[in-house]
Design a protein around this ligand. Structure first.
Ligand code: BG6
Length: 472
């Protein structure tokens, strides 16, 4: 790579509360929908859960020491809503606040910028039971109140805030594919819940700005750019439809305050468009204008082809790690996602496409004219422990390609604030258990002491940070 990343560029790494903390019943924490979902037969890979996870709750100091050793500039983590508000609203649990104060202080003392995610999928069970969680507009007030508690507690220390993690994924998996709680399959409900997440985002952004805090705030969306499978007009049209009903659909409502016109008309024609009131549009536009950056999580790109009205519908995806299980999936009459022969795939059949990240960054930055923050990027793999070493050269290759793509995009004019890998240590994969690993630090889950072992990629990223990407 020629040239360096700017001095202030945030080279970081990320995690989420449920996937690392464990201590699921400690210090007054209330139950989240995930604490219960994992206890239902057949919902997660071999019944794995986050009861203990990596035990980060008790071992965060050791983890932060490793981050310091690596030279990490930023650490992105999420707050567990039910540690702070065990019933979802009302009574505040001081021990929950104390834990995050300690974590944030530890990071700051080691010169690591905390990047705080307010919501990474662990909704209080009480709110799901009371009004269906994200199915009801009542969640907007509860979520905004929760966010305000965090702003008040940590607003002086934390300068980077991510309101929602991948609202498109948790609503899709929860309401369209029935793979996450509450396990429903209903396209109209998916579009409705997604709309409610956008409203919640806008209200929280507004509350942050009204509070006069000195920091930057946005939400992180899982972004999968798409290519047409051929020059044929039908495939080109499929790509346009994919953008109008997926890419621009999920992004515009957060960052422009309105849906793409073609997509909205199409969903209306199908009788599934979300209700959008004038008040909605006003607050959505305000939230969009006040958002400081666009967070994206990028893992892969999509190849799109024509899908007739009686064509392929949505299918489950590979959760076994048995490569070659790629299944076409799509929305009849709109598009179909097909195998891309030009790229490699991971063991879970996710395409590996570093240039897709450059494409994504450039198109997002041109469309929304805001800074971008990559809040997740990484490769899930079966890592092998070999006499206390893990030779994860495939991860090094994956990250090298994507870091170069970031640099390329900046040369093309993208205002990129930072890049967080997923993840720092190995952690729980929601649907794939502990066998799908992403970290720089291997955790031996078979040993109850949960030892931390640095992988080869640890030294690679350490050098990237030290040299600001020069030798990457
Ligand atoms: C993102 C999530 O969707 O992808 C993470 O924000 C998640 O929480 C990551 O772990 C990787 O997904 P998976 O399914 O491979 O664990």
């Amino acid at each position: 790579m020629s040239g360096r990343f700017p001095e202030e560029f945030l080279f970081g790494s990320a995690s989420a509360a449920y996937q690392v903390e464990g201590a699921y019943k400690e210090d007054g924490k209330g139950d989240s929908i995930w604490d219960n979902w994992v206890r239902m037969e057949g919902k997660t890979y071999k019944g794995t859960n986050g009861d203990v996870a990596t035990d980060h709750y008790h071992r965060f100091r050791e983890d932060v020491r490793l981050m310091k050793e690596m030279g990490l500039k930023a650490y992105r983590f999420s707050v567990s809503w039910t540690r702070i508000l065990p019933e979802g609203r009302g009574r505040i649990e001081k021990k929950g606040l104390d834990f995050y104060h300690q974590l944030i202080d530890e990071l700051l003392e080691h010169g690591i910028e905390p990047v705080l995610t307010i919501y990474h999928w662990d909704l209080p069970q009480t709110l799901q039971d009371e009004y269906g969680g994200w199915e009801s507009r009542r969640i907007i007030d509860d979520f905004t109140e929760y966010a305000k508690v965090l702003f008040e507690a940590f607003g002086k220390k934390v300068k980077y805030w991510i309101v929602l993690n991948e609202p498109n994924i948790f609503t899709q998996l929860g309401y369209l594919l029935a793979l996450h709680p509450p396990g429903k399959k209903d396209m109209k409900l998916y579009l409705k819940t997604y709309h409610i997440t956008a409203l919640a985002h806008a209200h929280v952004i507004k509350a942050y700005k009204e509070g006069g805090y000195d920091g930057l705030i946005g939400s992180s969306i899982a972004y999968t750019p798409g290519y047409a499978a051929s020059d044929e007009e039908a495939d080109q049209e499929a790509r346009r439809r994919y953008y109008d009903t997926v890419c621009w659909w999920i992004m515009d409502v957060f960052y422009k305050g309105e849906y793409p016109a073609w997509g909205y008309e199409e969903f209306k024609r199908r009788g599934i468009a979300p209700e959008v009131t004038e008040e909605d549009t006003a607050i959505l536009k305000e939230g969009a204008a006040l958002s400081d950056f666009i967070g994206i999580n990028y893992y892969q790109s999509a190849m799109l082809a024509h899908n007739p009205i009686d064509g392929v519908g949505l299918t489950d995806f590979n959760v076994s790690g048995e490569k070659g299980d790629f299944r076409e999936s799509g929305v009849p009459g709109l598009y179909r996602q097909v195998f891309n022969p030009n790229v490699e795939y991971t063991d879970w059949d996710w395409s590996i496409d570093p240039d897709g990240l450059r494409v994504a960054l450039v198109e997002i930055s041109e469309r929304y004219e805001k800074p971008v923050f990559i809040s997740e990027n990484g490769i899930g793999a079966f890592d092998e422990l070999d006499e206390d070493k893990v030779h994860d050269d495939y991860r090094i290759e994956y990250l090298r390609g994507h870091i170069r793509a970031c640099h390329e995009s900046m040369k093309e004019g993208v205002d990129l604030i930072g890049y967080c890998t997923w993840s720092f240590t190995d952690l729980l994969s929601w649907l794939n258990g502990y066998q799908k690993r992403y970290g720089f630090v291997y955790i031996d889950f078979k040993d109850e002491k949960l030892p931390r072992i640095k992988k080869d990629s640890f030294s690679f990223y350490e050098e990237v940070i030290r040299t600001r990407g020069e030798n990457c």
